[in-house]
Design a protein around this ligand. Structure first.
Ligand SMILES: [Zn+2]
Length: 401
């Protein structure tokens, strides 16, 4: 029993992108403590680099040809609907419509469900520059890519992330019925989308939605803020489930709704509730019977969720994060029913990462106190917990006693 620490295995993970060397299997005793009566521990961590994302990277969410067709249709419909009479006093970039967040989670209540993987590119061709003078974008990107995370394909399967109208508007273009499990750039792939025209002449674009999910409302119909437009997926020019949200003013200039030193398009935020450029958060905590399986696109992930355990069972505790910042440790704790700490570990990265997860498995001790335990994570000033139970007897646990 005393050699248990030496039995602990550690593996290094790769999440859709590059290896993160700082999480290599260094002795973690300094920041990891665990129950001396517990079983073998195994741990695993994986991260995504900014700009090395599963979607968007060097790929147009909307191709120049698609924009051309779209702009023509939007202009035609706008004129036909009599919506193009913008006051001459309103210069394009004095547009005033403010936007609510364009997504919501349904049927689940995780602390989060997304990570922003690409902002608007403000540099000329061949260069990249996001609103904060960084590189969280790709050449020629005109919108914001909000990626579903974690388990993006499971979220698509369950229609879990709905796309919402960010402001009141009139539908001036829409499409549905197109293939929604794209994993790579395919020339001519058509997206399921909605374009809204707002009161100040600006337009907002909602791209890559799930086939059959787009609102039944048609061109010319109006929608309210927060009204469901469809379900986030991966239709069109897309390599993974995300919403491409794009804003243009009445003269069709791109508007980046986030204020930043390198965003010349606005001086005041166009969000009702602005989010920070880096928005570090815990997005999900799980307890499971095995490590989460995250196969290649477009296969649906298997989280192996489990909430009721018996003594001696293998339990896997996983914490999922977005916008991991350097020198800002996350702490994970497993608490017994009396709230004492049975297991504790930390995650501390050495550079910014868009997404990451860290799991630890534990063979539950033969004398683990029965009752309701909790798996808790604290990061960026927020603590979330997920309860689970350990039983000592009963039909389900008969073989373990
Ligand atoms: Zn995009």
């Amino acid at each position: 029993m005393s050699s248990r620490r030496n039995n602990r295995h550690c593996r290094i993970g790769l999440l859709l992108a590059q290896l993160f060397p700082a999480i290599a299997c260094e002795p973690a005793d300094a920041d990891t403590a665990y129950d001396t009566t517990g079983g073998e521990l195994e741990e695993f961590a994986a991260f995504a680099e900014p700009g090395a994302e599963d979607e968007g990277s060097s790929r147009p969410c909307i191709t120049p040809e698609e924009y051309e067709v779209l702009f023509a249709e939007v202009a035609r419909n706008t004129a036909a609907l009599g919506l193009d009479g913008m006051s001459p006093d309103v210069r394009p970039r004095q547009a005033t419509v403010q936007f609510e967040w364009p997504l919501r989670q349904v049927g689940a209540a995780d602390p989060g469900y997304h990570a922003i993987t690409n902002y608007v590119d403000h540099a000329g061709p061949g260069e990249v520059l996001d609103l904060a003078c960084g590189t969280r974008t790709y050449d020629g990107h005109r919108g914001i890519d909000i990626s579903l995370w974690p388990f993006p394909w499971l979220k698509v399967e369950n229609s879990e992330i709905e796309v919402l109208a960010a402001a009141p508007g009139t539908i001036v273009s829409r499409a549905d019925g197109n293939f929604d499990r794209r994993c790579s750039w395919i020339s001519g792939a058509r997206a399921n989308f909605v374009v809204l025209r707002h009161a100040d002449g600006s337009t907002s674009y909602y791209y890559h939605m799930k086939s059959g999910s787009v609102t039944n409302k048609q061109v010319g119909d109006t929608v309210a803020t927060g009204e469901r437009l469809g379900v986030a997926a991966s239709s069109g020019i897309s390599t993974g489930p995300h919403l491409h949200f794009e804003v243009r003013d009445g003269a069709n200039n791109v508007i980046d709704p986030f204020v930043g030193a390198c965003n010349p398009t606005i001086t005041e935020s166009r969000w009702v509730s602005p989010r920070p450029y880096h928005d570090p958060a815990i997005v999900k905590l799980t307890t499971g019977s095995a490590a989460p399986e995250i196969p290649g696109c477009p296969e649906v992930e298997e989280p192996h969720l489990k909430r009721q355990f018996c003594r001696g069972d293998l339990a896997v505790f996983t914490a999922f994060f977005r916008d991991l910042l350097p020198d800002a440790p996350a702490t994970m704790v497993v608490r017994r029913p009396d709230t004492t700490v049975a297991l504790q570990w930390q995650l501390n990265v050495s550079r910014y990462l868009t997404k990451g997860y860290y799991w630890k498995s534990w063979q539950l001790p033969a004398d683990a106190p029965a009752g309701t335990w909790s798996f808790e994570a604290t990061y960026s000033g927020q603590t979330f917990s997920q309860s689970f139970t350990i039983a000592k007897k009963g039909k389900a646990c008969a073989t373990n006693q």
